[in-house]
Design a protein around this ligand. Sequence first.
Ligand SMILES: C=C1C[C@]23C[C@@]1(O)CC[C@H]2[C@@]12CC[C@H](O)[C@@](C)(C(=O)O1)[C@H]2[C@@H]3C(=O)O
Ligand SMILES: O=C(O)CCC(=O)C(=O)O
Ligand SMILES: [Fe+2]
Length: 546
Amino acid sequence: MDGVVDAVIVLSLRLWSFVQEPLEHIAFRFIVWKIVEVEVWAIALKILFNSFNTEGVERPVFNTEMEDGVGASTCFLERFGLGEHDARNTFGLPQLLLSISTASRPSSCTFLATIGEDHYRPSSPPSAALVGGHRWRPGISGTGTVDGERMRKGRPRFLCSCAHHYSVSDRHLRSLSLFAGPSSHGPWIGSDCNIGLSAVPSISCTHLFSIGSFHLEQFRVPLADSAMVVLANTIPLLRSPKACAYFSSVPVVDLSEPGAAEAIVSACGEFGFFKVAGHGIPMELMQRLELEALRFFHSPQAEKEKAGVANPFGYGNKRIGPNGDVGWVEYLLFAVTADPSAYACMDYSFRSALMEYLLGVRKLASEVLELMADGLKLKQREALSNLVLGDESDGLIRLNHYPKFPLLERLNCSLTGFGEHTDPQLISILRSNNSTGLQISLRDGSWVSVPPDNESFFIIVGDTLQVLTNGRFKSVRHRVLANGSKSRVSMIYFFGPAPTEKIVPLGEVMGERAEPSKYREFTWSEYKKAAYKTKLGDYRLGQFEK
Ligand SMILES: C=C1C[C@]23C[C@@]1(O)CC[C@H]2[C@@]12CC[C@H](O)[C@@](C)(C(=O)O1)[C@H]2[C@@H]3C(=O)O
Ligand SMILES: O=C(O)CCC(=O)C(=O)O
Ligand SMILES: [Fe+2]
């Protein structure tokens, strides 16, 4: 086992509700186990969480001022943690780093850290001090500095690096304690502190998990030395990568070819997913919208936020939906309408590209749904398309931007861009740039990575179509992983019916198969309401099954 790291540990600590409350100190302790020989870096993973739980609080702008949204974090991490100027700088060893960013400027801050009883003696071996780590005794190891470079737009970034670092080669390592807090008092308005500690492998890292997190809001400061660690999976975004096969046999349907209807029905039954070629939508239009979207996502954070916080419509950043889901993604989400004023947050060229694109994709949807009806042998070709293309139908358009995250390769981790889920509507029509990241789940539960194709559209079968076909078509679980080297831009048009539409398996589908309905009748409005109470990955159809 020597030289192998068993675990990467990330400890995340967030403060956000200390409006005008002095922060006396916070303390936490956690147990490290199964580490035989590692180098330990603590990395402030602030960038991952900087907009979580900060409702009503001036949002940190860490990741928005650089070219592509990730630059700042990378530069931050490179400078202090893992990059070329590696944190080995000061003492020739990896560095433990804490970062606190606040909306107000704290007058000074001191971080205290201890590893067992061995305080700030970088040259001393960790040895026995680590063994006794259960006993809490704070040791001074660093003082805060305001990092001038981050004092942009009058919002100071208070970076405090706690230069306590060590290379653990002590097989007796049992526990590690950190202690952090400002020595003089805030007020810490809207403080949002994340501390990440990770053991980064010199050789390999097999898994990553969060071992502790607590919300200081639950405690009143000052905290007891023995403040506990609550074991919880609080960092769902980072995972060790699992090998994921390339889905080289994605069904491709060329709409202009005979046999398209049968091919669609077969793909919807087997995968709930297929690719459309020969669709007639000009590449120029897709690229125009992609560029407009990128221009928007690269505009200053304040500009983007003028679209309003997605609730559910508007601009969203890392939060998905109302129930605490998060992802490495920023997006625009809107109801589809012919009224241009609904897209008032976009400038003229963006809006016109979007509206032209929507028209093209609606036409495509009607062709696909009519072929589907043909394949299902429905008497009325328009039975499905009428459901989602009428004036009252509930269409949504979503533009997603997944910034690249170059650190991933070094961490040997994967990062969730958009967590696994099914789409609630009938179908979704997705177009993306040429970046990998989209994965779908096959019938056996395995995940496969969809080769990107920026000239085609992907059709995703949603929950409602599964119900209409009484389970013959599969609502496909899918997800997006962030990419280390290329950012992803995707546009998805979700085709939902009118709110009052009754959703029940189609008589003709049932008749042909002479089977009982698997679902109770519901309206789209009921389903949508229920969906918005669920988490992204929940099995939403469950409550409508008979
Ligand atoms: C967590 C959620 C986000 C979502 C609404 C929900 O409560 C559950 C369904 C989610 C989903 C997935 C597909 C689409 O991206 C979406 C717009 C939709 O219709 O259902 C999202 C919702 C959302 O982001 O608001
Ligand atoms: O961005 C993507 O490629 C897929 C996103 C998605 O599944 C969704 O927005 O529902
Ligand atoms: Fe989706």
